[in-house]
Design a protein around this ligand. Structure first.
Ligand code: NAG
Ligand code: NAG
Length: 468
């Protein structure tokens, strides 16, 4: 029997006791209206709202080989971000500082102040502890279990029990605890799908940080971007710019705090508490009331600016650092799509790669996705409302890039999906173009994109291809 888990139970409870909810909280909806703006701290459900009704919803029409051509999926590569997690130590310390400041004179909170403000100043208990440091939460395990179950429904011949038992599906993960827990949860989800959750799990995966944490091994990236303050100058400027200042002033007023106590980092910490209480505990935190939708859009933009300049199109080296993963994926696809004699071993049906937002963003950027005409900067917030680069949509918890290789009458075809939604490769006109056309579009990367040369400045790489 399928279990709803904490989140589903919470929603179920809500729908059973509307009277109680409405008298204690007024007409507060269960999900804060700023929930879709949490950047990399956004729940997957905000991107796929259908899942709130049924987390196992699968719409097979997202698989789109050409309607007139007979095609069967032969391989799935999935690059998946870990699920919902606790804050890391840096943010936990900020949360502590913020709650101390806000609750300092709690006793003086007027009885006439709003319910949420009394709640926040007098009753909210600080529950984050440093040992939580970025670990996967229970909801995060569910994120991956449910994703696995939906993918197993979509690709029954690839994510099959037999393929699993014969260890033909490969599982690779980053060494971080939250990723290892995620790859295990994914395998649990498959077992649940086959009705085998009672058996000993027998997880199998390989840890590979060269593939999944390439960003910390690329010297040119670490020196040129990660440890280089000027590389993120736009973020710093925006942090102290007019839009952020207005958010900060409004928050200080609502709390009755003097402005100098409330740094931009603490403003962000309050926003994050709202996000964490939703994603971890499925509750509508009183901290959320400090922000309206326009404030949330400003804070989202601040986090998008950071990801853009640190992990994406802002600096070419950020995307080039993902070359090892790019080549690994295309080598896998090449092998899976190669014509076979009946005596050859069957191709690998699926490759599951679990990492971070920092793994996905450079790779998506390298593939040329989400690249807007005008880069986001500290001074063009007003003209960026329609940007495609929105981390809340691209890299929520459990974000995933799926590459589906089909065997079709005219040859192999490849379809790209982001978060279970079809997306076209730049400059290609079909949902599932011929694989050889995809290879042609990325020819410059397939023949280059050399980690040694880009990251270590060595003239000749050890990769399989060298540029002419
Ligand atoms: C499935 O998705 C298609 C669009 O991709 C949509 O038109 C259709 O209504 C969806 N079906 C269900 C049952 O949600
Ligand atoms: C730091 O970033 C700036 C701006 O992108 C760049 O001009 C400079 O060369 C970088 N410094 C190093 C040491 O890479």
């Amino acid at each position: 029997m399928f279990q709803l888990g904490t989140h589903g139970l919470f929603l179920a409870a809500l729908s059973l006791v509307p009277a109680r909810i409405s008298c204690s909280f007024g007409s507060v909806p269960d999900v804060p209206d700023i929930a879709a703006y949490f950047g990399t701290k956004t729940r997957y459900e905000e991107v796929k709202p259908n899942l709130l009704r049924d987390p196992l919803t699968v719409n097979t029409s997202i698989l789109r080989p050409p309607p007139g051509e007979l095609c069967t999926p032969v391989h799935l590569t999935a690059v998946i971000r870990h699920g919902s997690r606790y804050p890391t130590v840096k943010n936990i310390r900020r949360i502590h500082r913020l709650s101390e400041i806000v609750q300092k004179d709690a006793a003086r909170t007027s009885e006439s102040s709003t319910v949420w403000l009394q709640e926040l100043r007098k009753h909210w208990e600080q529950w984050f502890t440093e040992d939580m440091d970025g670990r996967l939460v229970r909801k995060g395990r569910e994120d991956l279990q449910l994703l696995a179950r939906r993918l197993a429904t979509l690709f029954p011949s690839l994510l099959s029990e037999e393929n699993m038992r014969k260890r033909r599906i490969s599982f690779v993960t980053s060494s971080k605890h939250r990723c290892v827990s995620s790859v295990e949860a994914f395998q649990d989800g498959l077992q649940q799908h086959w009705g085998r959750q009672d058996e000993a799990p027998g997880y199998s995966h390989e840890v590979d940080d060269e593939l999944m944490r390439f960003f910390e091994r690329c010297r040119a990236y670490v020196e040129g971007v990660e440890n280089n303050r000027t590389a993120l100058a736009e973020v710093e400027k925006f942090k102290h710019g007019v839009e952020m200042e207005a958010v900060r002033r409004r928050m200080a007023e609502k709390l009755g705090l003097s402005l100098h106590l409330l740094t931009p980092d603490l403003v962000e910490a309050a926003f994050f508490i709202c996000s964490y209480e939703l994603s971890i505990k499925s509750i509508h935190s009183p901290w959320c009331f400090l922000f309206d939708e326009s404030d949330a859009k400003v804070l989202e933009y601040k986090s998008d600016l950071k990801q853009f300049w640190k992990r994406s199109h802002g600096h070419t080296i950020s995307s080039l650092s993902s070359c090892p993963l790019f080549h690994h994926i295309f080598r896998t696809l090449d092998k899976a799509g190669r014509p076979r004699r009946s005596t050859d071993a069957a191709p690998e049906p699926a490759s599951i790669l679990v990492g971070h937002a920092e793994t996905l963003l450079p790779l998506l950027s390298l593939l040329g996705l989400y690249k807007d005409q005008t880069p986001p900067t500290a001074s063009n917030y007003q003209s960026q409302h329609g940007r495609s680069f929105r981390t809340s949509r691209i890299v929520p918890y459990a974000a995933n890039l799926l590459l589906v290789l089909y065997d079709c009458q005219r040859g192999p075809r490849l379809q790209l999906l982001i978060n279970e939604t079809p997306l076209r490769f730049p400059d290609l006109q079909e949902d599932a173009p011929l694989y050889r056309d995809v290879r042609a579009a990325y020819r410059h990367l397939l023949d280059g994109c050399d980690f040694q040369r880009e990251c270590e400045g060595r003239p000749e790489g050890r990769g399989p291809n060298t540029e002419l």
